[in-house]
Design a protein around this ligand. Structure first.
Ligand SMILES: [Zn+2]
Length: 177
């Protein structure tokens, strides 16, 4: 146990002196694995940290960036298989729904951000693919009714004109008067 504390103290001391050992932070010039951190800056939005480092072998100065990576839930597909969450898929689906409208990129990005925020806050571990579709549709419904209908026709797998008409009727009822 004493030995453990000695190692711990040495590591703490090295950390305090700015010697951070990180095997992946190879010096870009000489390939040495150890560097000393000389400056640490956190961005205003607190989402990334930039560290200025000096290689302990050749003295080369370089930066490393540490960014926040958000963990998304596992997606359970309709057939029960699981897959990684992929925000790009939502984006592609939305781009199809909006066709070639003006300002489409910004609209789509806003909706994607809204979907991601809801997914992270309500479904931290797992989410059904169907639930993702529902979140997208709820966000589209009031503000983008035309895109909503296009999206719903794919998501709900419309097969006949009647399916489309029923959804349209419901949409008219749901829209604010
Ligand atoms: Zn070096």
């Amino acid at each position: 146990m004493r030995k453990f504390w000695q190692i711990y103290e040495i590591l703490t001391l090295l950390r305090d002196l700015g010697y951070i050992f990180c095997l992946q932070m190879k010096c870009p010039k000489c390939g040495h694995l150890y560097s000393k951190v000389t400056d640490t800056r956190i961005t205003a939005d607190m989402a990334s940290i930039r560290r200025r480092r000096i290689c302990l072998r050749c003295g080369h100065r370089f930066f490393t960036n540490e960014i926040v990576c958000i963990e998304y839930p596992i997606v359970i597909k309709r057939d029960g298989r699981e897959e990684e969450f992929d925000g790009e898929k939502i984006k592609i689906g939305l781009l199809k729904a909006f066709k070639k409208q003006a300002g489409i990129k910004e609209k789509v990005n806003n909706i994607v951000n809204g979907v991601l925020a809801e997914v992270i806050s309500k479904y931290p571990d797992r989410i059904q693919a169907k639930q993702i579709g529902t979140i997208v549709m709820n966000l589209l419904k009031i503000n983008e009714p035309v895109a909503y209908l296009r999206f719903a026709s794919i998501h709900k797998n419309f097969e006949t004109a009647k399916d489309f008409a029923l959804e349209f009727e419901q949409l008219l009822l749901d829209l604010p008067k």
